[in-house]
Design a protein around this ligand. Structure first.
Ligand code: PMP
Length: 382
């Protein structure tokens, strides 16, 4: 199997997470709402996971709503917490994940005023432009991605939060790529709510959380009284146990993880410099320690991906395929990157089990692929 370099898409389950959750799949697991001892055991496991989330994020356990992942958490936030029949705008950005953009488009078609802030050429939400857009505006919600999933660029949330009135505006961040990779503390002023997902930090797929102190105005999933009446349905006990373990490991190993990932990323980017005309998006600004989003001007992103997959490396392309047409990334488009260069974008995202030697092998492979191209192709690209 190829070396896995696509941790922003999903990360392999940490062995300790598997050990923690497997018993909850194998043995009779009670329903956390049941009163018998099986039910109480399941309830206690769910509540321990909730406490782990609170410990990592500096919030109260009561604020944690378990969901089926980042997408559901973002949808719950946008559909459940916006004020109904309210003229105050909802402010977000052009570089959000589709699980924010798509619900926002639904809200817009329902008549809400949705304002999308623009990023600068480095992929950072442009503070000057934001300040002029937000002057005289009283948003009800500001939702900005914590760190972008493609570029890894960390957004200026603190500065943006000073541009809105905290009394009337709920400040949310989709922190799906950031939780477990960089420290986030909700006890500091600035952010009221975040979404995240277990499978981005070594937990299982299909489980995540919205962390928020308020009660929703409307439920996304109604049914039983689970999650303190904020999300109906029997809890995914094994998934939540896995999330709790992943979050605990992230808290205990954060520094070590950041150090390892940065070492890999820096080695990769140093190697990439040796390839003429290579471009690293957002290179000059603060990014996640594990992400490099790059392009070789003479290689279409998908072609490069397939070449690398054949050579034993699994990376991600920045473009999306819609009805057999390849579209450049909306994030790069928003950053003002030319479509032709954006179509060449490839993302590498490292994880804890990656080794420096694997990174060096990837760089060597890229150098070989480029050297194999006829000189004329490379000249044209310059
Ligand atoms: N937000 C961001 C920034 C993401 O990267 C992802 C996953 N690609 C999601 C939300 C959605 O998370 P999930 O896969 O858990 O639904």
């Amino acid at each position: 199997m190829p070396v896995y370099f696509d941790h922003n898409a999903t990360s392999p389950m940490h062995p300790q997470v598997a050990d923690a959750l497997i018993p909850f799949l194998q043995n009779p697991t009670g329903n956390p709402s049941s009163l018998h001892s099986y039910g109480r055991m399941a309830r206690s496991a769910v509540e321990s996971a909730r406490a782990e989330v609170a410990m990592l994020l500096g919030c109260s356990s009561d604020d944690v709503i378990f969901t089926s992942g980042g997408t559901e958490a973002n949808n719950l936030l946008l559909k459940g917490f916006v004020e109904q029949q309210c003229d105050s705008p909802i402010v977000s950005s052009e570089i959000e994940h589709p699980s924010i953009i798509e619900p926002l488009m639904q809200l817009r078609s329902d008549g809400y005023d949705v304002i999308l802030l623009k990023p600068d050429q480095n992929g950072v939400v442009d503070l000057e432009a934001a300040s002029s857009v937000l002057t005289g505006v009283t948003p009800q919600l500001l939702s900005i991605i914590y760190a972008n999933n493609e570029t890894g660029v960390i957004q200026p949330l603190e500065a943006l939060s000073t541009m809105v009135d905290h009394e009337s505006c709920l400040i949310h961040s989709d922190a799906t790529q950031a939780v477990g990779k960089i420290p986030i503390n909700l006890s500091q002023p600035g952010i009221d709510a975040i979404s995240f997902s277990a499978h981005k930090l070594g937990g299982p797929q299909g489980v995540g959380a919205l962390v928020i102190r308020r009660k929703p105005n409307r439920l996304l999933i109604s049914g039983g009284d689970q999650e303190n009446k904020r999300r109906g349905g029997t809890e995914n006990v094994a998934g939540i146990v896995g999330l709790g373990k992943a979050v605990q490991i992230a808290r205990l190993e954060m520094e070590q993880k950041q150090h390892h990932l940065e070492k890999l990323r820096n080695a990769f980017e140093a190697g990439l410099q040796s390839i003429p005309d290579s471009v690293i998006f957002g290179q000059r600004v603060a990014r996640l320690p594990n992400t490099t989003y790059f392009a070789l001007p003479y290689y279409h992103g998908e072609t490069l991906l397939m070449e690398l997959d054949r050579a034993g490396f699994a990376l991600a392309s920045g473009s999306a395929c819609h009805s057999a047409v390849t579209e450049p990334s909306h994030v790069l488009k928003a950053m003002g990157v030319d479509d032709s260069l954006a179509l060449n974008a490839v993302r590498v995202s490292f994880g804890m089990q990656n080794k420096l030697q694997e990174v060096e092998m990837l760089v060597t492979k890229l150098q070989q692929l480029v050297n194999k191209l006829p000189a004329v192709v490379r000249r044209v690209a310059v």
